[in-house]
Design a protein around this ligand. Structure first.
Ligand code: EPU
Length: 362
């Protein structure tokens, strides 16, 4: 266990946040040992535990995390079962997501190719049901292996039990309940701790991938990109390479400029509200959800509100994709929080729409 540990390398925003306690977990034995660590138990009972994965979807609201950061980093990829049509693969939480996708593509297995190059680790992929270019990880997940850091018992969540939806899952719901509880505790010292019955940590994910599949080419400009590169019968590898190229054009490279990809979720509005907006903005892009609602890209709203390319001291809005907030280095988390608020207020004022962060703020 480390004390006052710098998380600068472990959050892709690159903020120099310190954690009071920090523990990397490389094996099941490490996990069991952790559940007996008195400092861990003390922080757990005070709701001051953070399970950190690739750090590519997290914003610390302070420069000091006064609690215990758990960093699960178990490695390994195993083929569990193979039939004529499918292959089941177990991947441990510490594997890098994009390397895992490359591995499945190199084995000519379908379902993850549109999720190429998303930053982060495998253990975090189910938490916010990562998605891109018309694919979501939920469609490739067979089951999720967790360990309860309270009882030390393992629990397997089958796909249905994960309650996946747009950028959400049962795991994310549990994190937000814990965070809300921790924040209320911070404000009200009289609140008792120790109310958590379970604290699930994902340590492995089982995927079910297809040997023969259909490529998803209809989202964004995948098809146009292929055509302009004279690829008329694309392979799985072509699609993965195309997604990588499109992402590289639009999104900052997190090893160079701090960001968490999409900072905001896309907005979901009623049909009525959408038609009202369409009267003023004929070219407003949208994706249908179910009958009563329409999804509007927040990137378009933020862009139209004039924020694209905006910079204020150490932080700003990426000039190629307004959904992405960036940290140029040397700044503090509060600068991102201030910018977030300004953008939310301005989008609300211009369009009457509230946009919410996609990033987990802790
Ligand atoms: N748009 C603008 N200006 C901008 C950004 C976008 O006008 O600055 C417009 C685009 O022209 C397009 C629409 O908004 O008509 C949608 O933009 P885009 O296709 O770039 O995708 P998105 O909806 O903004 C989502 C995901 C991304 C994912 C892409 C591609 C969310 C919150 N974001 O973005 O996910 O890569 O689709 O599938 O759902 C991430 O989660 O970190 C992430 C990058």
């Amino acid at each position: 266990m480390e004390k006052n540990f710098s998380l600068r390398e472990l959050n892709t925003f690159g903020f120099d946040v310190k954690a009071r306690y920090f523990q990397e977990l490389k094996s099941m034995d490490d996990i069991h040992e952790l559940t007996r660590n008195p400092k861990f138990i003390e922080c757990r009972d005070a709701s001051r535990i953070l399970i950190l994965s690739g750090g590519s979807n997290i914003l610390f609201s302070d420069e000091f995390y006064d609690g215990f950061v758990v960093y699960p980093n178990l490695k390994g990829i195993e083929t569990l079962e193979e039939t004529d049509k499918t292959v089941k693969i177990r991947c441990y939480c510490g594997e890098v997501w994009k390397d895992f996708v490359d591995y499945t593509v190199s084995r000519k297995l379908y379902r993850l190719e549109n999720l190429s190059d998303i930053p982060g680790k495998v253990g975090a992929a189910p938490v916010q049901n990562i998605g891109a270019y018309g694919a979501e990880v939920k469609d490739a997940i067979y089951q999720v292996h967790t360990i309860d850091l309270v009882s030390g018992k393992t629990k397997v969540f089958c796909n249905e039990e994960c309650h996946f939806s747009y950028r959400n899952s049962v795991f994310k719901e549990l994190i937000s309940q814990r965070t809300t509880h921790a924040l209320s505790q911070r404000d009200d010292k009289s609140l008792p701790g120790g109310t958590w019955h379970a604290l699930y940590m994902i340590f492995a994910v089982d995927f079910i991938l297809k040997k023969h599949g259909e490529l998803k080419l209809d989202y964004g400009n995948i098809r146009n990109y292929l055509i302009s590169n004279n690829i008329t019968s694309p392979t799985l590898q072509d699609v993965a390479a195309t997604v990588k190229a499109i992402r590289a054009e639009k999104l900052p490279e997190v090893s160079v400029i701090g960001s968490v990809g999409s900072f905001f979720q896309n907005a979901i509005v009623t049909n009525e509200k959408f038609l009202e907006l369409k009267e003023c903005y004929d070219n407003i892009p949208s994706y249908p959800t179910d009958s009563a609602f329409v999804k509007i890209p927040s990137g378009w709203l933020i862009d139209k509100a004039g924020w694209k390319g905006y910079r204020e001291s150490h932080v700003g809005v990426w000039d190629k994709q307004a959904l992405v907030l960036v940290h140029y280095g040397g700044g503090k988390p509060q600068e991102i929080l201030d910018l977030m608020k300004k953008i939310q207020d301005s989008v609300k004022e211009k369009f009457g729409i509230e946009i919410n962060p996609e990033v987990n703020i802790v």
